[in-house]
Design a protein around this ligand. Structure first.
Ligand code: ADP
Ligand code: MG
Length: 296
């Protein structure tokens, strides 16, 4: 199982180029697509799941051209869109039953079993009789995942999965996704939140203004920021000065000032110690020092 994207461009009807030549190969496992709002993530996700057409380039999924073999390709795709909404007035199980019926993949009897099995898997069996619209934010997302997964897709696309979730729900959702990954499935998770790209992502890419700014493993991205994260103890006035010049990642009150962490290739005139970068540091470093795009 493999997705091959070549020289992909997308120009919207108003002339705006949202994707400017994407080359990407995605293999089995969890793939994280990270990028700020407006980068083109949803555009790319919608194209991949054949909900939207592209302008030029090509995409092969499992060797099949998604334009020429759209029906075939659709059978192996599960998709949870960014703006996923429920039909109102359906109970949790009814919603899943209805969505599954649309796929036409199971007999009536098979389907009932599948629905219950899936509800149990995503931890919603207990609330199966509750109206879907009355579920918590995290539960709604899990129902969305159940809907995307029930046909057993080889490729699952989840766009901004944790938007609107509280930290606890976010962790739970992330764990659920990583449990679902198996050997010949591709899970693509698109997000603007660095924390969503967990260690379970074996591959990732950073998308910026319609272009791929990085592709590799999270560890490789982190390695690039190796000598560029600093911890400093500063006074109020020093802090004011530094935050104008560098992306400050964290600030903790300390004796007569602040203990801060910032990203910078050097910190001329200041004293601090280098610390080991994490993925958030590395993302900020890429944005600021390679793309000049970090908003201070
Ligand atoms: P992301 O999901 O990374 O936030 P999107 O793919 O939603 O980014 O959008 C990328 C860019 O394309 C944005 O500048 C957005 O305004 C623009 N865009 C999205 N949809 C359309 C459309 N239908 N027509 C014109 N521009 C669009
Ligand atoms: Mg989006």
């Amino acid at each position: 199982m493999k997705i091959e994207i070549k020289a992909l461009e997308k120009k919207y009807d108003n002339g705006f180029k949202a994707l400017k030549g994407i080359d990407l190969e995605i293999t089995e496992g969890m793939f994280g697509l990270l990028g700020p709002n407006g980068a083109g993530k949803s555009t790319l996700m919608k194209i991949l799941v054949t909900m939207q057409d592209y302008t030029t380039g090509s995409i092969l999924i499992d060797g099949k051209d998604i334009r020429k073999e759209r029906r075939e390709v659709r059978k192996i795709i599960g998709y949870l869109p960014q703006d996923f909404r429920f039909f109102t007035r359906l109970k949790t199980w009814e919603f899943l039953d209805y969505a599954t019926g649309l796929s036409g993949m199971f007999s009536r009897k098979q389907q009932r079993g599948k629905v219950d099995e899936m509800l149990a898997k995503v931890g919603l069996y207990e609330v199966r009789d509750r109206y879907a619209q009355d579920l918590s934010g995290g539960m709604k997302r899990r129902l969305g995942i159940a809907q995307a997964l029930i046909t057993n897709p080889k490729m699952l696309v989840v766009d901004e999965p944790t938007t609107g979730l509280d930290p606890e729900e976010r962790i739970r959702f992330r764990n659920l996704l990583s449990e679902l990954g198996n050997q010949d499935t591709i899970i693509i998770l698109s997000t603007h939140i660095v924390g969503d790209i967990s260690s379970t992502c074996n591959q990732m890419a950073v998308l910026h203004e319609g272009e791929i700014a990085f592709v590799g493993s999270p560890e490789e991205l982190i390695a690039r920021a190796k000598n560029s994260v600093w911890q400093l103890h500063v006074s109020n006035s020093e802090y004011d000065l530094l935050k104008e010049k560098y992306p400050v990642i964290s600030t903790i009150p300390a004796d007569n000032g602040w203990e801060i962490q910032l990203v910078g290739d050097d910190i001329e005139g200041f004293e601090g110690k280098k610390i080991k970068p994490n993925l958030e540091h590395a993302y900020v470093h890429l944005m600021e020092y390679k793309l000049n795009a970090w908003q201070l």
